[in-house]
Write a protein that binds this ligand. Structure first.
Ligand code: IPE
Ligand code: IPE
Ligand code: MG
Length: 249
């Protein structure tokens, strides 16, 4: 058995993805399979996430971005939405001190204005308190949808042009990137989606343009260090060409 508290020796520390993004899917199915209510899956998913964040830190991965609630997730039954929003708030309150102590910088992306005020306040507090931390950047997408994000950018840029603050010729890829919620964050190197679904469900459509994708049937609450290790092993076998030809060709 390898000791997964340290970076496994067959992983190359030079080839770790600096930024990992995860679509944490399958909480509901995990619970249903066990005869539990769906919300039990969300609770267990939160435990899996805590462990993964620690793992990223232990292994030297600089940034972790997770999809926690999409703009489409409002379509779920009220009780489940309500539970999730309460869970986010409770977890943030409970984990903030420890995350801060461990040097985690917490940020949220998405349209936060639609969230309950008490959650917004907790988010604000967490971001402020951890803003100077540098051990690991932990980004949580809540009420996040890529189309919503890009539409918002269009509005912002069009307004600046209309007001004469920006010239048409100044609109570039980097200017657009600078207006996204993820401004100043390098794009993810590896995207993991659990639970066997092979779609992006409106997550980081612009930012994932050159990201390596990894899909696994494991349900998120079961996605542990070993499963993460397998994903990283797979990633390290990829040849990231970015449109060029292979080095050996
Ligand atoms: C992911 O698990 C968590 C959220 C979307 C909030 P799901 O709740 O989507 O679980 P499944 O896909 O129904 O199993
Ligand atoms: C995507 O999962 C959103 C999150 C993980 C937060 P969903 O379970 O909502 O996605 P679909 O509906 O299966 O595409
Ligand atoms: Mg799902």
């Amino acid at each position: 058995m390898i000791d997964l508290s340290k970076l496994p020796s067959d992983l190359n520390p030079q080839l770790l993805p600096p930024h990992v993004a995860i679509i944490m899917d399958g909480n509901g199915r995990w619970a249903t399979k066990k005869g539990l209510p769906r919300v039990a899956g969300h609770r267990q998913g939160a435990r899996a996430l805590k462990e993964l964040l620690r793992c990223c830190k232990d292994w030297g991965i600089k940034a972790l971005t997770v999809y926690a609630f999409s703009t489409e997730n409002w379509r779920r039954p009220f009780a489940e939405v309500d539970f999730l929003l309460m869970l986010f708030e409770k977890l943030l309150k409970r984990e903030l001190a420890q995350m801060h102590q461990e040097g985690v910088r917490v940020s949220f992306i998405g349209d936060l204005s639609a969230l309950p005020e008490s959650l917004q306040n907790q988010i604000e507090r967490s971001q402020k308190e951890t803003a100077q931390n540098q051990e690991i950047y932990f980004n949580v997408a809540v009420n996040y949808g890529s189309r919503n994000e890009i539409t918002r950018v269009c509005h912002q840029i069009a307004t600046k042009v209309q007001q004469g603050k920006l010239k048409l010729e100044e609109i570039s890829e980097s200017l657009i990137s600078q207006h996204l919620y993820t401004a100043n964050t390098p794009d993810p190197d590896l995207l993991i989606r659990t639970s066997g679904e092979m779609r992006l469900s409106n997550f980081l459509l612009w930012q994932l343009a050159y990201t390596e994708m990894y899909f696994t049937n494991i349900l998120f609450p079961d996605f542990d260090r070993n499963a993460f290790y397998q994903a990283l092993l797979d990633y390290q076998k990829r040849d990231r060409r970015f449109g060029k030809i292979a080095v050996s060709a």
